[in-house]
Design a binder for this molecule. Structure first.
Ligand code: FRU
Length: 492
């Protein structure tokens, strides 16, 4: 039985969604194949799980306007990760531990136990003692209606010396016969991942600081996620206070005896401006998938705003889901899920050709909503730099520059639209000396670009007009040898 106040708050939120649904859905800037909320504001993916035969996505949600506000958990289900059915809001702020007007039910995760679906989330409150974050539990018998645990919070205080204001985003998993949870924490203004264990999801015991920053990884880790992959363990998080880093991973070995994770390498999950708080989950076939929020926060040094869609009563979407793969060299690859191939329509192909200074138009049946793959023959290419000019109307455009000589990649969206600004830059590994493969997903307001065998990724939002539908490739001083280009319109 759902407690009265939460039930009332969910009903209120649902009424708001129903009132606005049709208007919002008919607005011009809605994404076509990215996951969005029906109306209102969305940020982090929460509680991603394959439960009783369907994918469940929950999300940080403000149903009342296209801006962040008091956080609810939105909820949707899918059979294929492409088509979604929205379910009632799963969690609404209602209790003294999660009802702060600038707080609410913050991020967390889901786990199945004895057939029930459990959610662990951060309650954010302020009862006169400053901002307080605690870890709370909710559960459901049917996977739709949730009840908050009577004894919440299940973790009321961080370990001695850790900040109460920066104690959030529990990610839960099972290892052998116990539950474990990692939570973002902070001590002496430095970030930490805190490891807890439990036998019943209710009583939690602090184990150890799983890993921590000495400054190089910032002052707080939002949405930490920890999982085994092959013979390694991975800790992913979104660090606060490391300039333009938005999502990173550490890879190494886990010692469950001590609760310590020793990492030996690190990597950037995405170099773009618009990939944050990714959460991973396992599907029924054992794939580990990650989903991120395609936007950024106002505390980031380069941040401008969240884009213009708030005018239409909504804001935010998830990046396309990616499968996480451990490569032989023990780095991670993030590959767009193969389900997306089902959306391909109107395939167009360009076979071997040479491109010079004069931009060559890339044929795409829908120049806005598309997938594109490009293969470059590096051996016979003499140009030191080449560019992709995307979502262009001849004046406005997003320019992706591949600097082969200096091994650099840049995505320049300063002239992408009337809205965005900034350039994202990353090294290019050029792992394969003979050939370069580039994979692009473009939707109404976004470009996601993958290269270096899915190790170098830039996700950037661009709020380009419908008539910005031309896409080109051009070389600088020399010949660019294109082996093949394939494009598809994405049809959902
Ligand atoms: C990350 C985050 C989380 C928090 C949530 C609030 O984007 O700041 O740390 O739980 O968003 O909406």
């Amino acid at each position: 039985m759902i407690k009265e106040l939460m039930k009332r708050n969910i009903t209120k939120a649902e009424r708001e969604i129903t009132e606005k649904r049709e208007t919002v859905q008919n607005t011009k800037m809605r994404q076509k194949y990215h996951f969005m909320a029906e109306t209102g504001w969305i940020n982090d993916p929460n509680g991603l799980i394959y439960y009783k035969g369907r994918y469940h996505f929950f999300y940080q949600y403000n149903p009342y306007e296209g801006f962040w506000g008091q956080m609810h958990w939105g909820h949707a289900v899918s059979d294929d990760l492409l088509h979604w059915e929205y379910l009632p809001v799963a969690l609404a702020p209602s209790e003294v531990y999660d009802d702060h007007p600038r707080g609410g039910c913050f991020s967390g995760s889901a786990i199945e136990h004895d057939g029930r679906l459990y959610l662990l989330y951060t309650g954010t409150a302020n009862n006169g003692n400053g901002f307080v974050q605690t870890q709370c539990l909710a559960y459901s018998e049917d996977g739709i209606h949730f009840e908050k645990h009577q004894g919440n919070p299940v973790i009321g205080n961080p370990p001695e010396g850790f900040s109460k204001e920066n104690f959030r985003d529990p990610k839960v998993w099972r290892h052998e016969n116990k539950f474990y949870m990692v939570c973002g924490g902070q001590k002496d203004n430095l970030a930490a991942a805190l490891l807890y264990t439990s036998e019943d999801l209710i009583t939690w015991e602090f184990v150890n600081v799983l890993a921590e920053s000495r400054g190089e990884w910032g002052y707080m880790w939002e949405c930490p996620d920890f999982y085994p992959i092959g013979d390694k363990y991975v800790l992913m998080f979104s660090p606060m206070g490391v300039h333009d880093r938005t999502a990173v991973y550490l890879i190494g070995d886990m010692n469950y005896e001590t609760g310590k994770f020793i990492y030996t390498a690190s990597g950037e999950i995405d170099w773009g401006f618009d990939y944050y708080a990714p959460q991973s989950f396992l599907d029924s076939t054992g794939r580990r998938l990650a989903v991120g929020w395609a936007n950024a926060w106002d505390w980031m040094p380069w941040w401008k705003d969240w884009g213009p869609t708030y005018r239409d009563g909504w804001c935010g979407w998830f990046n396309i889901p990616r499968e996480i793969i451990l490569a032989e060299d023990k780095t991670l690859q993030f590959k767009p899920i193969k389900e997306l191939d089902q959306l391909r329509a109107d395939e167009l192909t360009v076979e071997t050709c040479e491109v010079r200074n004069e931009p060559m138009k890339i044929p795409v049946s829908d120049g806005n909503i598309y997938e594109m793959q490009i293969w470059i023959d590096l051996k016979s290419t003499t140009a030191e730099v080449f560019s992709l000019i995307l979502r262009s109307d001849g004046k406005k455009q997003t320019v992706v520059q591949f600097d082969l000589k200096n091994q650099m990649l840049g995505v320049d969206r300063n002239n992408a639209d009337d809205w965005s600004k900034g350039t994202t830059r990353s090294p290019l590994t050029l792992a394969n000396e003979d050939q370069m493969h580039i994979h692009i997903y473009s939707d109404q307001n976004s470009i996601e670009l993958f290269t270096d065998d899915y190790r170098t990724i830039h996700s950037c939002n661009v709020f380009a007009d419908k008539n910005q539908n031309q896409n080109y490739i051009a070389a600088d001083n020399g010949i660019l040898k294109v082996e093949k280009i394939q494009s598809w319109k994405m049809d959902i």
